[in-house]
Design a binder for this molecule. Structure first.
Ligand code: SF4
Ligand code: ZN
Length: 274
């Protein structure tokens, strides 16, 4: 099913792989990729399709230690990696002394920690990119959430590929599913029988983005193609905007930061492990 129209398996495959290829070709993506598996359908689909396209991939899982959720997600990520002939590297947030369950703003701590650990893993493993399962639905939701919070300076990341900066240990970020919706990814994992975790994070009811995502999907149902047009507009907006402040390195850990100390090290200080 694309845009409410039933299509054949072959047509769907052509459409799905074509959209992934359009990101790869536009941004000339090549080299070694650290694939962040969350256990969910999107990163599973991204991993599956990138392997089909012949990329050199290191799959890894960030264990956020979220009760009754992280263990289950890890199980699926491991199953998928094994099925595809890889061993899964595990990065544990607990090793850094951070406990999301104790945080007030759980999703914000989770996001900062994930971004930091993904970049660190990719850097330490000499990867050219860190790939995630973010899709078009996520990208548009993120952008509208920023607009709704009058946070338009936070538009960095509104592109399928964010360039890296070796001098500040920042690895390029790659979102192969950027031009594909939640529904497309669901269809891909279904037709390829890819295992994924359906459990939702116990903190997801705190996530402010769920309603925005529903609203966007509703608009897409009424006006097919509007999400892709939004994404293209947001990409252009990002080009036209200059993020305030240069990226430098954190004086504690040496990874990229907009201030003297990065957000992750600030979390570690707060949790008493530095
Ligand atoms: Fe992290 Fe919040 Fe998503 Fe849970 S809902 S995985 S805490 S961002
Ligand atoms: Zn730091």
């Amino acid at each position: 099913m694309i845009n409410g129209v039933a299509i054949s398996f072959v047509e769907f495959e052509k459409y799905f792989i074509g959209r992934v290829r359009s990101v790869i070709d536009k941004y000339k993506v090549k080299g070694k990729i650290a694939m962040a598996l969350s256990g969910g359908k999107d990163s599973a689909a991204a991993f599956h399709v990138l392997r089909r396209l012949g990329f050199d991939i290191i799959p890894f899982y960030i264990d956020l230690n979220i009760p009754s959720y992280s263990e289950e997600c890890k199980k699926y990520a491991m199953e998928l990696a094994e099925e595809m002939g890889y061993s899964l590297a595990i990065v544990k947030l607990a090793d850094y002394g951070i406990d999301i369950s104790k945080a007030k703003k759980k999703c914000s701590v989770c996001g900062t920690a994930r971004r930091y650990l993904m970049n660190k893993f990719a850097f330490e493993n000499e990867c050219d990119y860190v790939a995630t399962g973010h899709n078009l639905s996520d990208a548009i939701t993120f952008a509208f959430n920023n607009l709704a919070s009058v946070n338009i300076l936070n538009f960095r990341g509104m592109k399928p590929v964010l360039e890296g900066k070796k001098d500040v240990r920042m690895v390029a970020r790659f979102k192969p599913l950027y031009y594909l919706t939640d529904m497309d990814c669901m269809e891909y994992v279904r037709i390829h029988n890819i295992p994924y975790c359906t459990k939702t994070c116990p903190y997801s009811k705190n996530a402010p983005t769920l309603e925005i995502k529903e609203w966007i999907h509703d608009m897409e149902r009424k006006r097919h193609g509007i999400m892709l047009n939004f994404a293209k507009s947001f990409e252009k907006l990002e080009d036209a905007m200059k993020k305030e402040g240069e990226i430098k390195t954190c004086k504690i850990c040496g990874y990229p930061s907009y201030g003297n100390v990065c957000k992750f090290c600030k979390l570690r200080m707060k949790y008493g492990k530095i």
